[in-house]
Each structure stands twice: as C-alpha cells, then as structure tokens.
Design a protein around this ligand. Structure first.
Ligand code: SF4
Ligand code: FES
Length: 255
C-alpha cells in the first residue's frame, strides 16, 4: 500500500439488471482507496464489500487490465475512460481523483450498444463491421522474403498507428451522433496504407461503411470528440482517409 493518503469517494453507478429493464444511478461509498489502484481495482474493492453485504456486485467488462484488449470502458464523470488523455479505464489510476470526490460511472450510450447489465454493453456490432471488411489476400507457399514487398517507412508508421485501435468503442460513446467512424477509419486505414491491403481496399471500405450504417451508428459531423477521447489517440486524419477510400470505391463500384 502506498504511503500516499487513501481516498474516500462517493460513487454514483448506473445499475440495470438487463437490456429491457429500466436503469438508475445508485450511490455507494468507496472508502480507503489507495491512489495507486487502478479504476477497476477500486471497483473490485467496492464489489467485494457489496458481495460480503449479500448485494449484487457491479457488472463491468475487463480482461487484460493492461490497455491492450479493449474490453474495459465506462463513462466516468461524463468522459469515456475517464479524465486522463490516452488512457483506458484499466490504466486510469485513482491518484487522478481527489479525496471526497463524487464519481459518476455510466455505460457507453449508443443505439448500437445495448446494455447487457450495469456497465456492460454489447459491442458485437463492432465485430460485425470487422467481419464485413472481409479478408486480406495472402499467397500460400514458402515464407516470403522479408523485403519482397517494400513498404515506405512513413506508410508503415501510419498503418501501425491506425492498428493501435483496440476496438473499445469509446469513440462511439464520445460522439454526440454515436458514430463509429473513427473505429472504421482505423480498421480501413491500417490495411489500405499497406500494399498487402490494397487488392480488397475498395470492397472493404464499401462493406464496412454499409454495415456501420445498417447497425444503427450515427453519421460523422466532425465533432472530433472521438479522437479527443480515444485511449489509443487514433488520429482524426484516418476519417479523412476513410472518406477518400469510400469515395474512390463508390466511383468504381459495380455493386
Ligand atoms: S478508435 Fe480509439 S476509441 Fe475507437 S474503438 Fe479504436 S481505440 Fe477505441
Ligand atoms: S481491460 Fe484490456 S484494455 Fe482495459
């Protein structure tokens, strides 16, 4: 336990038994919280107490707790993944809160993300968009020579930056239109920037955007909240690239 002063907080947490039930904010105490704990560890402490008291623990998504998997996420005091820039909820430390704070914790809000329970929402719509993107052609045979397909360093860097998207859905939660454009832009860009991703680039852009629209995500109106709240700091420039890819694809499409 750190020697730093422990925090005593009031939590207002969204509780909802299921997608078809009404939800409400409930108030809990989170006392004696180490500033070195992560936000999820703080919720673990609250859940332990709820369980010992014979009450239902707060349901929340998590897996790696290292900012890698994209499973965690809640809106904390109105901000997806909380107040720190470029930080997932699992990597948000309690030292960013003050003793005596009231912290409001809610699930992602979007028509495309139905609440499953409490803070857990169904993000399978993002998986469906990925599926609509389809495959990347890879020739079978022996292991190709490392430099057989030269890739300019700048393109490789941009593709890697786009590939940092962990599919958490915070961009959707941050957008006033609940648009998934930043997510789709990252997924289209990471492949469209590389020669290996070009053969299916047009088809991929058309199908992913069509699926995004069909699943109930809103349109992009350049609010840029998505990029501001993205824990992987995916650049808004990717949305411009997606628009170019989509336009090119629509012009040559026979679909
Ligand atoms: S673009 Fe950022 S906020 Fe959106 S899903 Fe990817 S990592 Fe999460
Ligand atoms: S639990 Fe994996 S990114 Fe937070």
């Amino acid at each position: 336990m750190s020697s730093a002063k422990a925090l005593n907080l009031t939590l207002k947490v969204w509780r909802q038994e299921g997608g078809n039930q009404r939800g409400r904010l409930e108030t809990y105490r989170a006392d004696n919280i180490s500033p070195d704990m992560s936000f999820l560890e703080m919720l673990d402490v609250v859940n332990e107490k709820l369980t010992l008291d014979g009450k239902e623990p707060i349901a929340f998504d998590h897996d790696c707790r290292e900012g890698i998997c994209g499973m965690c996420g809640a809106v904390v005091n109105g901000r997806p993944h909380g107040p720190e820039k470029g930080t997932t909820l699992c990597q948000l430390h309690m030292r960013h809160f003050e003793d005596g704070d009231t912290v409001v914790i809610e699930p992602w809000r979007s028509r495309a993300f139905k609440v499953i329970k409490d803070l857990v929402v169904d993000r399978s719509a993002l998986d469906k968009i990925i599926q609509a993107g389809g495959f990347v052609s890879v020739n079978t045979g022996g292991t190709p020579d490392a430099n057989a397909i030269p890739v300019p360093l700048e393109d490789a860097e941009k593709a890697m930056d786009a590939a940092a998207c962990i599919g958490c859905g915070a961009c959707v939660a941050a957008c006033p239109n609940a648009s998934a454009m930043l997510f789709v832009a990252a997924k289209v860009s990471q492949l469209a920037l590389l020669p290996q991703g070009r053969p299916e680039a047009a088809r991929r852009a058309l199908h992913m955007v069509k699926t995004m629209d069909a699943l109930g995500f809103g349109n992009c109106s350049n609010e840029t909240e998505c990029a501001a709240e993205c824990p992987k700091e995916i650049s808004i420039v990717n949305i411009a690239r997606l628009n170019r890819e989509y336009l090119k694809a629509a012009l040559i499409s026979e679909e």
